[in-house]
Design a protein around this ligand. Structure first.
Ligand code: FEO
Length: 169
């Protein structure tokens, strides 16, 4: 059984993950409008990953006999960024999510909720991966600066991103 405090914190994290999905969906549309279909593809898969993260918390709350309470999802503000700024915004957002996960870990530990603590280990590792993959793209974009050929090559590379289930097949 989840404590009301943990239950509430996990519901808030569902909202954070759904907002993340919404943000990446907006970024995908923005990239598509720039003619960068590979970037759009990468953000679209990121959107799907965030939905899966929300689902993982959703299922866990129910599995532990808790109550799922869904709140309104905020409006994602993407503005009019360059490709580099899009990814920098993505990384800043992932830094925020990492902070949320760390706070949740602290809470689970303070309540001796070992099951939630173990669930969150998966998310700690996932955040390391997400920040690293976003940072790698930022590094490449900084290297090519505004060079159209370089941008084109990165776009082709990002077009190859597949859902994990397909890449393992
Ligand atoms: Fe669900 Fe990108 O963190």
């Amino acid at each position: 059984m989840l404590s009301p405090t943990i239950n509430d914190a996990l519901n808030k994290q569902i909202n954070e993950e759904l907002f993340s999905a919404y943000l990446y969906l907006a970024m995908s549309a923005k990239a598509d409008n720039m003619g960068l279909s590979g970037f759009a593809n990468w953000f679209k898969f990121q959107y799907q990953e965030e939905l899966a993260h929300a689902d993982r918390f959703f299922n866990y709350i129910l599995e532990r006999g808790g109550d799922v309470a869904l709140d309104a999802i905020g409006k994602p503000e993407v503005g009019d960024p360059s490709p580099l700024e899009l990814f920098e915004k993505g990384l800043a957002h992932e830094n925020h999510i990492t902070h949320c996960i760390f706070k949740l870990k602290d809470l689970a530990k303070s309540e001796s909720d070992h099951a939630t603590d173990v669930l969150l280990d998966w998310f700690v590792n996932e955040q390391v991966e997400e920040e690293a993959s976003t940072q790698a793209i930022i590094d490449q974009l900084r290297l090519v600066k505004d060079n159209p050929s370089g941008l084109f090559l990165i776009d082709r590379q990002l077009a190859d991103r597949k859902p994990e289930s397909e890449s393992e097949a």
